[in-house]
Design a protein around this ligand. Structure first.
Ligand code: ADP
Length: 473
């Protein structure tokens, strides 16, 4: 007999409707990959629910009947819409708190708290209005974590059937702000939790507390959040929940990121035609105004300009490589101070270093295809996609041994790894890479090893499926 697992998948953003960061990539792909795992014996009916942000781009939206949820002495209206993406039902939830806070993530923590609390409450009421009941509610990060809290506490009140709660942790330090007053206005009581006191009013900890399974976006990050260094004050609590915590690596879109078909490249190549890759390097050098020379090591940084990413360590490392013949391209936007440091570096070494301070998806692809190595000296890295994309393009990663970087880059097999978040450790790793680079056979072996790895979403989706199945028992 065929069985079905119904999954309500909640996120703040999802490609192609709205994408601001990495969460948008994950929520855009994972639900569909999960549905694709359906067989004759087991159907996975995953449905995606998103806030109807003003910037959402969606076609063929069908309005559902209006509904409301109690708030204070009255009610607040919910406007829900339905559409589909490759056959997957997608729901958008609108209402005052969502319309009034323009961007996906605003700088105003209070506005965001109002918006995502409303979204989480309204999303948990949605199933009633579409005649469909989830077996699993799958939340992502703090924005949707309250859905699990409401799911659990309301279920207790109503004595209703068990609905499993899963939360994926993409970025632990962002926990949301105090929602005690907001919860009270929705008539949701704060439960007695075993969370540290300061965390009992924050969305992410409440969601973790209410979940049946916690998934970090890499096995490495799953073990790191148990430590004081990375656990953001919740490590003791998470250690108590050890048996519910696991790590599942994110995947990359291997169809879009494919050097043999990528339209952003002038010269496509694959494992068998790896020798052609150097043409992309020369074209990149020319485009950036660097000397066109296949023998000069070309280093890339493709990253948000953020201290989390350790880009400051990369800049100091490059600054300290005066006597070494290299070229480097920095692509990124973010913290104005870090952008300024990148500009200064370019001024200091105009013939060697180029700072491209903008978001440019095509240039990023040309860099993956043309640079010899990519630097990722992250201070913490829940998963990291750039190193996986780089490997797929034969760009060898030089990464810090942290989180998902440690899980995806194998020292001397697919890349170079260093331990300490210090620029001199990075310099040593770059030097080791540069020493190997002239040995074409050895270098191509590194490139081929990386290009042969399977970083597709299918692998991750199968892991999530196993998790859902374990929760159904
Ligand atoms: P994070 O999600 O922490 O920013 P990831 O490595 O997981 O880091 O993903 C970053 C993604 O964004 C990668 O695909 C990378 O190529 C891309 N990216 C980052 N900065 C830029 C930029 N300035 N222009 C184009 N793509 C960028």
């Amino acid at each position: 007999m065929s069985k079905t697992i119904n999954v309500l998948f909640l996120a703040a953003e999802a490609d192609p409707f709205i994408k601001v960061g990495g969460l948008g990539d994950v929520a855009g792909v994972l639900p569909r990959e999960l549905r694709a795992l359906s067989t004759d014996e087991l159907k996975l009916d995953v449905r995606l629910v998103l806030p109807y942000h003003p910037a959402v781009k969606a076609e063929n939206l069908r309005p559902l009947e209006l509904y409301s949820i109690p708030r204070g002495d009255s009610e607040i209206g919910v406007e829900a819409f339905e559409t589909s993406l490759d056959g997957m039902p997608v729901y958008f939830i609108g209402g005052d708190p969502i319309h009034s806070s323009g961007s996906v993530y605003s700088l105003d923590a209070k506005l965001d708290a109002e918006k995502y609390a409303f979204f989480s409450m309204a999303a948990m009421e949605l199933p009633k209005h579409i005649n469909w009941q989830p077996d699993v509610v799958h939340a992502n990060d703090w924005h949707t974590a309250l859905s699990l809290y409401v799911n659990l506490t309301k279920r207790w009140e109503a004595g209703a059937k068990h609905v499993a709660g899963v939360i994926t942790l993409h970025n632990m330090p962002f926990m949301g702000s105090d929602v005690s007053a907001i919860l009270e206005s929705y008539g949701v009581k704060l439960a007695q939790t075993d969370l540290p006191e300061w965390a009992r009013v924050l969305p992410l900890p409440l969601g973790l507390w209410a979940s049946d399974a916690i998934v970090a976006v890499s096995p490495g990050y799953a073990s790191e959040v148990l430590t004081e260094e990375f656990g953001c004050g919740l490590h003791d609590f998470l250690n108590l929940r050890l048996e519910t915590l696991s790590g599942i690596l994110n995947g990359i879109d291997t169809v879009s990121f494919d050097p043999s078909t990528d339209k952003a490249l002038s010269v496509n190549y694959n494992l068998d035609t790896l020798n052609k890759r150097v043409e992309n390097k020369e074209l990149l050098q020319e485009k950036l105004g660097l000397a066109r020379d296949p023998n000069i090591p070309l280093l890339a940084v493709i990253s948000r300009m953020d201290v989390q990413k350790g880009v400051d360590l990369a800049f100091t490392a490059l600054k300290n490589m005066k006597r070494i013949n290299f070229q480097a391209v920095i692509l990124g936007t973010g913290d104005p101070k870090l952008e300024e440091s990148a500009r200064e570096l370019q001024k200091l070494y105009p013939d060697k270093i180029k700072a491209e301070l903008r978001f440019d998806a095509n240039l990023a692809r040309q860099m993956y295809a043309g640079a010899d190595m990519i630097l990722m000296p992250s201070r913490y890295e829940p998963c990291g996609l750039a190193q996986m994309i780089a490997m797929r393009y034969g760009c060898v990663p030089v990464v810090r041994a942290v989180g998902g970087l440690k899980d995806t880059v194998i020292p001397n097999e697919t890349g170079f790894i260093f331990e300490k978040a210090h620029h001199m450790s990075l310099v040593s790793a770059i030097k080791a890479a540069m020493k190997t680079l002239p040995n074409r056979e050895k270098w191509q072996e590194l490139q081929r090893n990386g290009m042969s790895k399977d970083f597709s979403w299918g692998v991750s989706a199968s892991e999530y499926l196993k998790l859902y199945q374990s929760l159904m028992k």
